[in-house]
Design a protein around this ligand. Structure first.
Ligand code: AHR
Length: 497
């Protein structure tokens, strides 16, 4: 099969905000305990942080990490997680049916972020609590000194303020599973008041309004219209969440889910712009896609109720998951003019690219690699490739292009990178890329992941699903030709000179 892509510097979608490569750590399962924090682990540093985990997080180059939930945050008292550890209470977490020991909290997480070279995106509890506790945690974290909460932080040994810039106004407040779930109007009011008071406490922060917990949630659309209409003037972003699974064992439909994602994003942008037009405002609301991934392998696994850090949501990802994760991130980048933040949910053990054994080893899941490639090479601006390729029909979609692709251009480093998924399960694609105004750019690396069965997974003993390098593609008369193997992930890096 043959396909063509045309690329030019003018095909610029926008500057990529590095926070689009964010991730997420929730007090859930073994994300914190046995994941990022395990004082008895052989690699633990003086804070109890697993160094083997930090090393892999650094390879992913994650600039921002959302914390502490998720569903967990809607019942969390942040005060339980600060101050002397021996005084911290053990509490039941009603979101996940576990016991939270509170050995790790806000200051520990901020210290971990420093070690991992990441910023914190902090979520406040607008489920069981409200604007008052929300503004208190902003004061605790961001106010320099001389007030009750800032002085309390200093008394906890943290002299300098954390200066957290990004704050989520609750989590999935539209869902019945959420502690303190609300109607859109109830939530819009609480979110407005919380955001207002948090910004009065620290005017430099940005806030994220909870959008729907997914495109299929019954109130999707109306929820965004009603809650954002109320809180518009105080918030900066609206959130989107989406997880996919191959429940019907239908790979062509599964790989086509990025088309649905595209529609979801488009709809939320339209809602934001409708509300902007309605109030004749100059202010634009951007998108924070702060939970996205594949999630279904671990559904309905039994666990011991009220235990501490049981193995929850421990999806082991296969090769086809890696291709969808690559396609999803490409789709987010296609909207980088509006999506400023996105969080792969989550980072360690819980539906995550990094998997550990408590007390033991670590491995990179299949989805680790496309995320790592995009996060490391997909910086600068995104270019929208003109793609000319065959399409397929499947059970859930029609006209699915076999190729999903984005290019990124880093002007400063004179680097351009083309990312491509070949969704054709059987056939290789001979791809011609017309490099219109990229004179002098030459391929320096052609990485791919291919030749794997769709269900192939990595484990502690065997990490066979990983990228490999190919011979460099030829360029003839500004046309670069590369062979994309059937059912594959591909990264073609070019540099000037
Ligand atoms: O990421 C797992 C869970 O998915 C989060 O806690 C929640 O926000 C979402 O439903």
């Amino acid at each position: 099969m043959k396909a063509k892509i045309t690329l030019a510097k003018e095909f610029r979608i926008g500057e990529i905000d590095k926070r689009i490569y964010g991730s997420f750590i929730e007090h859930l399962g073994r994300a914190v305990y046995g994941g990022i924090y395990e004082p008895d682990h052989p690699t633990a540093d003086e804070n109890g942080f697993r160094q083997d985990v930090i090393d892999l997080v650094k390879k992913l180059n994650v600039p921002v990490v959302r914390y502490p939930g998720g569903n967990f945050v809607s019942g969390y008292n942040w005060e339980d997680g600060v101050g002397p550890v021996e005084n911290r209470p053990k509490k039941l977490d009603l979101a996940w049916g576990t016991t939270e020991p509170n050995l790790f909290g806000t200051n520990e997480f901020l210290a971990w972020c420093k070690k991992a070279n990441a910023e914190c995106m902090m979520a406040v509890n607008l489920g069981t609590r409200g604007p008052d506790e929300a503004r208190n945690i902003v004061e605790y974290c961001n106010h320099k000194k001389g007030s009750y909460w800032s002085d309390l932080r200093i008394s906890h040994g943290v002299k300098d303020p954390h200066n957290i810039k990004l704050w989520c106004l609750g989590n999935e407040m539209d869902g019945g599973w959420q502690m303190g779930a609300k109607t859109a109007t109830e939530y819009g009011r609480v979110a407005l008041e919380a955001s207002k008071m948090m910004k009065w406490t620290d005017p430099t922060i940005e806030t994220v309004l909870c959008g729907s917990s997914g495109r299929y949630h019954p109130t999707f659309g109306q929820w965004e219209v009603d809650s954002l209409d109320i809180a518009y003037d105080s918030v900066d972003y609206v959130s989107l969440h989406q997880y996919y699974g191959n429940h019907a064992d239908d790979t062509p439909s599964f790989l086509a889910k990025s088309l649905e994602l595209e529609e979801f994003i488009h709809t939320v942008i339209c809602i934001c712009d409708y509300l902007k037009a309605k109030r004749r405002s100059k202010k634009q609301i951007n998108l924070s896609f702060d939970e996205w991934n594949v999630w279904y392998h671990s559904h309905n696994r039994p666990f011991e109720k009220w235990s501490v850090a049981p193995p929850l949501l421990e999806d082991i990802y296969n090769f086809e998951d890696a291709l969808l994760v690559g396609s999803m991130l490409i789709t987010l980048l296609r909207h980088c003019d509006r999506i400023k933040i996105a969080c792969l949910a989550q980072l360690v053990n819980v539906i995550a690219p990094i998997f550990t054994q408590t007390g033991g080893g670590i491995f990179r899941q299949t989805i680790f690699f496309p995320f790592m490639h995009l996060s490391n090479y997909g910086r600068g601006s995104a270019l929208l490739p003109l793609i000319d390729c065959e399409k397929y029909d499947c059970k859930d979609f029609t006209d699915v292009p076999y190729i999903e692709s984005i290019a990124t251009f880093n002007e400063e480093n004179e680097e351009m990178t083309i990312f491509c998924v070949n969704k054709n399960l059987e056939e290789n694609i001979i791809l011609d890329v017309n490099l219109l105004d990229f004179d002098g750019y030459k391929p320096v690396e052609f990485i791919s992941m291919d030749g794997h069965a769709k269900n192939e997974v990595n484990s502690f003993d065997n990490t066979s699903v990983k990228p490999h390098n190919n011979p460099l593609p030829e360029i003839d008369n500004s046309i670069l030709t590369a062979e994309l193997k059937a059912f594959s992930w591909n990264v073609i890096r070019l540099k000037k000179g």
